[in-house]
Design a protein around this ligand. Sequence first.
Ligand SMILES: Nc1ncnc2c1ncn2[C@@H]1O[C@H](COP(=O)(O)OP(=O)(O)OP(=O)(O)O)[C@@H](O)[C@H]1O
Ligand SMILES: [Mg+2]
Length: 256
Amino acid sequence: MRVWTIANQKGGVGKTTTVAALGGLFAAAGERTLLVDLDPHASLSHYFRLDEEQPGLYHLFTECGQIAQLAQPTQYPNLSVLAANPALATLDRQFGTRNGMGRVLQKGLQAAAVEFDRVLLDCPPLLGLLMVNALAASERVLIPTQTEFLALRGLERMLQTLAMIQRSSGRDPDYHVIPTLYDARTHASRSAMQQLRERHGEQVTRNEIPVDTQLREASRAGVPAAQWQPSRRGAASYQLLFDELCAAEAMAELVS
Ligand SMILES: Nc1ncnc2c1ncn2[C@@H]1O[C@H](COP(=O)(O)OP(=O)(O)OP(=O)(O)O)[C@@H](O)[C@H]1O
Ligand SMILES: [Mg+2]
């Protein structure tokens, strides 16, 4: 089982859209895929029309639930979602820094390792117990970053968080920065992209995700991007990104 986290403390940069798009592609490629919604706002769960009142991620933390039982199938073959519950918002207050709470998700996933080939974790845009759990459980972190000035500052903050978690957990996940919402017609977007590539070089994926209103439509229709309109720019970019990330993973495994 391979676990990737999709995280950025900045909101609205395309995390959930990326999880849905890549999840759809992994499932279509035949991998038994689990998407985990760690955001109390439950955007990913809404994307797939799941009921957030059903037992979900919250019950993994509070009732020692089993991921294999809590995950809900979607209408797409090979694609399941562990839904968020609004009560997730209270986890930090309930458990704070209690010992062991940072590894609940990792242990839960290990127990479900025979059920799934691929797990994508959709983080909320803030640092707390849920993001700590995701980073501790994953071997690869994807950081969608909107190509605009303020989002670049958000990326620096996210990289500091990643370094801090790495220091305390001893894990050293690979990470990729994914430029999103790129609009080649605007100077601001082009200049942010240039800065991103200058500062973060190899960590930035070659394939960026352009602004494409069809991605918004896909989310409204509850369909992963590639299954919605594969020929459209946004969906096609996610296919290229998927190929690039799979190649990078295969290369990393070859040398490890
Ligand atoms: N490439 C894109 N082109 C156009 N719209 C997009 C694109 N990516 C995402 N969106 C839209 O932007 C909004 C925010 O995207 P999304 O929910 O994926 O971001 P997020 O980082 O998960 O946000 P949050 O931090 O609130 O969880 C959504 O309405 C989504 O449909
Ligand atoms: Mg989101």
